[in-house]
Ligand binder design. Structure first.
Ligand SMILES: [Fe+2]
Ligand SMILES: [Fe+2]
Length: 447
């Protein structure tokens, strides 16, 4: 045996998590965005190793730094089993391709996966309790009420864009979260196209084939999403804005992998997917209007317009041709899971909205003067970049040099010169970078 890998704090995953997290695709980079390659998704193996698996995340901690680390890990675990090929061809990426799909790393991913899933998702068993006896009538009434409630609710995220002092930055912070799913749209759905489960399999395929533009690349939803990104100057490579995914948005995205990669999650998936498909149309119509208001006529809103149209049909198809026939055929245990998927999605949506609104409405300001802590930590040009979530309100004081505070995927970072400080509120995601040797002191003002 050569040197023993660092042991992870998530029990049962032990050295496997570390083997995975230290593999070449997951090594650090020094820039706030990741190069145009699908094979680079930085993980901080040391911070991951400190996660306490015996203390799984609670609902209150779904927006925490621990959630950020665990969901980055889990997303990479899932996506290392999803096909990505480089846009510019394999010639320059052969080695990266082989490293990303290396069988030993994939094995580590498969072994680590169940414990990481438990760590991040077991809170749903406490947050969502579906009890009682369900029959077809009560399931139908439940799904109808859930859809009704969602389509009539005002979106706090779109409202935050309306009211934002910097609507471009706010919108792009949202688009970067949407890219989690948008650039690989319907990948989770594709997990259940195989196998044999009767007419419902063909109904799911009908929805899927629309998501894939009926086989026309230019009409595929992920292509439309990439065009939206291009039209507003954002980079449409998967995970280019890796460091700026909020933990709660990764939670929702990983949830769909969780309930589709594990076949026991099938019924939950159908409930979750149905609620989304049935509520997307009005949301996307509203988003299309916001995009035009923020960017003018130059923005390509076809991604939103397509959903505003097709999801009226998908919602009806998912309820009438998929969810209800499945409930009828598979009975009470399946019904409970269908309802559970609907309720899980409501909780995840609420958490993601709140987290995003808080990030969008945070406008950090550098303030000169104030207390000057005696010591700080060095920030050097070219060092590894990372973002983290503040565990408490934190004041960063620049003792020497000058740093950039990165708090959104696009837009200029905030420059904080020596002698100034900036407050990062609890729960906010940020990263620090310097173009000259600097020293920064971090003090917690609460928590
Ligand atoms: Fe879609
Ligand atoms: Fe759809």
């Amino acid at each position: 045996m050569t040197s023993a890998p660092v042991r992870s704090g998530i029990p049962e995953t032990g050295e496997w998590t570390s083997r995975f997290a230290t593999a070449p695709p997951y090594r650090p980079v020094s820039t706030p965005t990741v190069g145009r390659t699908p094979y680079r998704r930085p993980l901080d193996a040391e911070r991951i190793a400190a996660l306490r698996g015996d203390e799984p995340l609670t609902e209150e901690r779904t927006g925490s730094d621990e959630a950020l680390l665990a969901h980055r890990l889990l997303m990479n675990i899932y996506e290392s089993d999803t096909l990505f090929l480089p846009e510019e061809g394999m010639a320059a990426r052969q080695q990266d391709f082989e490293a990303f799909y290396d069988p030993a790393t994939r094995l580590a991913a498969d072994i680590a996966k169940p414990a990481v899933e438990r760590y991040v998702f077991s809170f749903l068993d406490r947050s969502v309790q579906v009890t009682g006896a369900w029959d077809l009538e009560s399931v139908e009434a439940h799904v109808t009420a859930a859809i009704d409630e969602a389509v009539h609710a005002e979106s706090p995220v779109l409202r935050a864009i309306d009211e934002s002092a910097d609507p471009v930055r706010a919108t792009e912070t949202m688009v970067a979260q949407m890219a989690l799913d948008g650039l690989t749209e319907a990948t989770a759905m594709s997990q259940n196209l195989g196998g044999a489960y009767g007419p419902e399999q063909s109904e799911l395929f009908k929805i899927f084939v629309d998501e894939f533009g009926y086989g026309v690349f230019d009409a595929k939803h992920s292509t439309l999403f990439a065009e939206l990104c291009r039209s507003i100057g954002m980079t449409p490579t998967a995970h280019h804005y890796w460091f700026f995914y909020l933990p709660t948005w990764m939670t929702s995205n990983n949830y769909f992998y969780y309930v589709t990669r594990n076949r026991l999650g099938f019924f939950r998936y159908v409930g979750a997917m149905t609620l989304l498909e049935a509520t997307f149309a009005p949301w996307f119509a509203a988003m299309s209007r916001r995009l035009k208001a923020v960017y003018g006529d130059g923005v390509d809103t076809r991604y939103c317009d397509e959903h505003a149209h097709i999801d009226q049909h998908h919602g009806r198809m998912a309820v009438r041709d998929l969810l209800l026939p499945i409930a009828r055929k598979h009975g009470p245990a399946a019904m409970r899971e269908l309802v559970r998927g609907i309720e899980d999605t409501k909780v995840l949506g609420r958490l993601a909205d709140a987290d995003l609104v808080a990030q969008m409405t945070w406008h950090p300001v550098a303030v000169a003067g104030g207390d000057r802590p005696p010591t700080g930590a060095p920030v050097r040009p070219g060092q590894d970049f990372d973002t983290r979530v503040a565990a408490a309100d934190e004041r960063l004081t620049v003792l020497s040099g000058q740093v950039e505070l990165h708090h959104s995927p696009t837009g200029d970072p905030l420059t904080v010169p020596a002698g100034s400080s900036v407050v990062v509120p609890r729960g906010r995601l940020f990263g620090v970078r310097a173009d000259r040797d600097s020293v920064v002191a971090t003090t917690s003002s609460a928590g």
